[in-house]
Design a protein around this ligand. Structure first.
Ligand SMILES: Nc1nc2c(c(=O)[nH]1)N[C@H]1C(S)=C(S)[C@@H](COP(=O)(O)OP(=O)(O)OC[C@H]3O[C@@H](n4cnc5c(=O)[nH]c(N)nc54)[C@H](O)[C@@H]3O)O[C@H]1N2
Ligand SMILES: Nc1nc2c(c(=O)[nH]1)N[C@H]1C(S)=C(S)[C@@H](COP(=O)(O)OP(=O)(O)OC[C@H]3O[C@@H](n4cnc5c(=O)[nH]c(N)nc54)[C@H](O)[C@@H]3O)O[C@H]1N2
Ligand code: SF4
Ligand SMILES: [Mo]
Length: 688
């Protein structure tokens, strides 16, 4: 390392449970490499292929480096550069005009392009609250799973990911860990080498399933039935922890009765797996300790997704697995962190102004809604940051029609000219993680992290926070919170509560990351943050909401049992989980990653392929009543007969037909949690 090289501590901003600690090497003001911090236990000196090449993204020639104003029809992607003052004045004027009629006609649209608490919902949220804009219900990823977990456990709490190393049984449920949770996988592998047994529960044989001892390859959307069948077998062999059940759970008698209606043979028929395999998994759960479940979000993107999570979340309490730090379940660790959301977002700035919530998963329908007393005013302006709804939201046909509305005023804060940016009236150049300050929690481990800027902003790029600060000034918002610096905002994120015991901003800043001190086994002695203080197999709150008080077995909206006529026309069920080298729609435009994954593909079972005259490598078209999506077929027995796997999420404009897989998905929502149903979708496939 020469004299001009420095190393800066940073944090990976991406929507990934691993939240890696990064070391950024900077030479002469240019970021030249990004490494994983070897001292941060979950990161362990390793990064995924995507972020290992991060400098390629930051230094990319296609970065948007100046404000751009549209100079062609919406969607044409024709823009001209304008000075910041011109862009911000025009945006403030237009927002002020719309707000004078009704501020609810303005909608922020954002998700987790960065998970940073400062560049996410801090200055932006303050701005929109003060304006009185509509609020966005951020459901697109995990709302159903959260709703399910919250009903049973009371919060997004769970095992410490580092404790899986001591587990003797690990069930990887609805998670392609090697793709989407690599650092958990590395821990699971160490456990495996020490003798742990690994199961994978997933509709297709992904890389992770390949490396587990057993793979239960169920039909998508049937996980609740599987969970009940496991309970059935555990009851049958009396492999339950009666003491834990009596002291720390609610509703066992009712749960038991429901489980007895699901003999493994019944579930086997629905799930499409051998009953003997369900019994084998139940036996392992009942006889191996400590037993741990790494639940991820794959099973909750269907109509009954929240209830699937509810049913699965009952298992560790039945087994008494929570007694051991290496037993229990982990879906999300978010609830372990105390984040002062009020300080970050200042909801009080809204004052007496009305609000409404718009579900981001039905943005297509929302943009096309003409407005009425029930919906409220038509959406006349949308400000997008940290998200790419044109690519990632379901039913892109309707999203496209909505974004193409001529009178809709759209502002997009971005790094690149994404599919969404093409529909913007103004594109504003945002800084990347290496160019701004932030503070992070994680949803996969238990460390706070700080992200220090490694380099100066490229071109004229500004942090999201600064863009909203400048817009606020133009709107005349003079409250002191609009002039706080990013560091001042970050310092307020860490709530002064017992969950953050021993952690303060100054210390965190000095060290780069700090682990929460919370208990290794959060429910060893019960203490569930539910209304009853117990693990709630039955839920009053669910019943009051008009839902089943027990976890319900709910079939997908689109499957042969619920819609036989539709299934006759579109006989293949489609899931669209992430491709390994992209992260949602981020990284699709990175050349070296494209080399490994040059185009979108669709996995098809050999029997389904043969019946349609489709050869491996052929171009095919998947379609249903909502749209048509061309891509490359991969014929393989890694998927089930009757089920296709379309890897997501490509940029439409970098795809063969100018559309991506969300052309086929629908906007119906999970019954609990109001989340999207990306993996609840029937299609037909033909050669092109
Ligand atoms: N490389 C990479 N990493 C990522 C992402 C990415 O796009 N690329 N995305 C990030 C984000 S935003 C998230 S939310 C997570 C997502 O990662 P996960 O939470 O793991 O969720 P998915 O990738 O949607 O699905 C995981 C697995 O569940 C399976 N699955 C689908 N339907 C069902 C079902 O009904 N039952 C069961 N048991 N399994 C099912 C899928 O086949 C897939 O293999 O990963 C994050 N990490
Ligand atoms: N069919 C199908 N669709 C899916 C999924 C699926 O599995 N299948 N997964 C769903 C899931 S789990 C999720 S979480 C959503 C994800 O949806 P999104 O959160 O929209 O994720 P990305 O597609 O990664 O888009 C994030 C955008 O934010 C931008 N960005 C990053 N950092 C910053 C920043 O600091 N400032 C600004 N202004 N912009 C920034 C990036 O350039 C990128 O274009 O997609 C969902 N869509
Ligand atoms: S594994 Fe996840 S957190 Fe780690 S560098 Fe990759 S995307 Fe970021
Ligand atoms: Mo997600």
């Amino acid at each position: 390392m020469d004299a001009t090289t420095t190393v800066v501590r940073a944090a990976c901003p991406h929507d990934c449970p691993d939240t890696c600690a990064l070391l950024v090497e900077v030479r002469d003001g240019v970021a030249v490499s990004v490494r994983g911090d070897p001292d941060h236990a979950p990161t362990d000196g390793v990064l995924c292929a995507k972020v290992a090449r991060y400098t390629e993204r930051v230094n990319h020639p296609d970065r948007v480096l100046q404000p751009l104003r549209r100079c062609g029809p919406k969607g044409s992607g024709r823009f001209e550069p304008v000075p910041w003052d011109v862009a911000l004045d025009a945006i403030a004027t237009r927002l002020r005009d719309i707000a004078a009629r009704d501020p609810l006609a303005i909608l922020p649209y954002s998700y987790a392009g960065t998970m940073g608490l400062v560049q996410g919902e801090s200055m932006a949220a303050r701005f929109f609250h003060r304006l009185g804009a509509s609020e966005l219900d951020r459901t697109i990823c995990s709302a159903a799973g959260f709703a399910g977990l919250e009903l049973v456990l009371g919060a997004a709490l769970g095992m410490d990911v580092e404790a899986f190393e001591q587990s003797r049984l690990i069930v990887i449920w609805g998670s392609n860990s090697i793709t989407s949770n690599l650092h958990f996988w590395r821990i699971a592998q160490r456990a495996k080498r020490a003798g742990a047994r690994l199961w994978c529960i997933d509709p297709w044989r992904n890389d992770t399933a390949d490396k587990c001892h057993d793979h239960l390859q169920l039909r998508p959307g049937t996980d609740a039935a599987l969970a009940y069948a496991l309970m059935h077998a555990l009851i049958e062999h009396d492999q339950l922890d009666h003491d834990y059940i009596a002291r720390h759970t609610l509703g066992f008698a009712a749960l038991r009765e429901r489980a007895l209606a699901w003999p493994p043979e019944r579930a086997a028929a629905l799930c499409g797996v051998p009953a003997a395999q369900i019994r084998a998994l139940a036996w392992d759960l009942g006889s191996i300790q400590p037993a741990a479940i790494r639940l991820n979000y794959g099973m909750q993107r269907v109509r009954g997704g929240a209830d699937a999570v509810r049913a699965i979340a009952c298992l560790p309490a039945l087994l008494g697995a929570w007694r051991h730090p290496a037993g229990g379940l982990l879906l999300s660790s978010s609830g372990h962190f105390g984040v002062d959301v009020d300080a970050l977002e200042r909801p009080s700035l809204r004052g007496p102004l009305a609000t409404r919530r718009v579900n981001m998963s039905t943005i297509g329908a929302a943009l096309l809604h003409p407005g009425d007393p029930a919906f409220g005013p038509r959406i006349d302006a949308m400000v997008v940051y940290n998200s790419n709804p044109m690519a990632v939201a379901p039913d892109s046909g309707s999203v496209q029609r909505g974004l193409a509305r001529d009178e809709l005023f759209t502002v997009v804060l971005e790094h690149f000219r994404t599919d969404t940016a093409d529909y913007a009236d103004y594109i504003l150049p945002a800084t990347t993680q290496l160019e701004h300050f932030d503070v992070h929690k994680s949803y996969g481990h238990r460390y706070w992290l700080v992200n220090n800027p490694a380099i100066a902003p490229r071109g004229e790029a500004l942090p999201n926070s600064e863009i909203f600060r400048r817009l606020a000034a133009r709107m005349g918002f003079s409250e002191p919170c609009f002039s706080e610096s990013d560091e001042e905002i970050a310092a307020q994120a860490i709530a002064d509560d017992q969950r953050n015991a021993g952690i303060d901003f100054a210390g965190l800043r000095a060290q780069g990351w700090r682990k929460l001190a919370g208990p290794a086994a959060p429910f060893a002695e019960g203490g569930f943050p539910t209304p009853s203080g117990r693990c709630e197999f039955t839920s009053e709150r669910a019943a009051e909401a008009g839902h089943d008080s027990l976890p319900a077995v709910i079939l997908p909206y689109e499957c042969a049992e619920t819609q036989p006529d539709l299934a006759a026309r579109y006989p293949l069920s489609m899931i669209s989980p992430p491709a390994r080298n992209v992260l949602n729609s981020t990284f699709v435009n990175i050349a070296t990653l494209q080399a490994g994954e040059p185009e979108p593909t669709l996995l098809l079972h050999p029997l389904d392929a043969a019946a349609r005259g489709i050869a491996d490598g052929a171009m095919v078209r998947s379609f249903n009543d909502r749209g048509s999506y061309p891509c490359r077929a991969r014929v393989s027995d890694r998927t089930r007969q009757g089920q296709v796997v379309a890897f997501g999420v490509w940029w439409r404009k970098l795809s063969p037909g100018g559309v991506n897989v969300n052309e086929l998905t629908h906007q119906r929502l999970t019954e609990l949690g109001a989340g999207p149903c990306f993996y609840d979708c029937l299609v037909e496939v033909t050669p092109v």
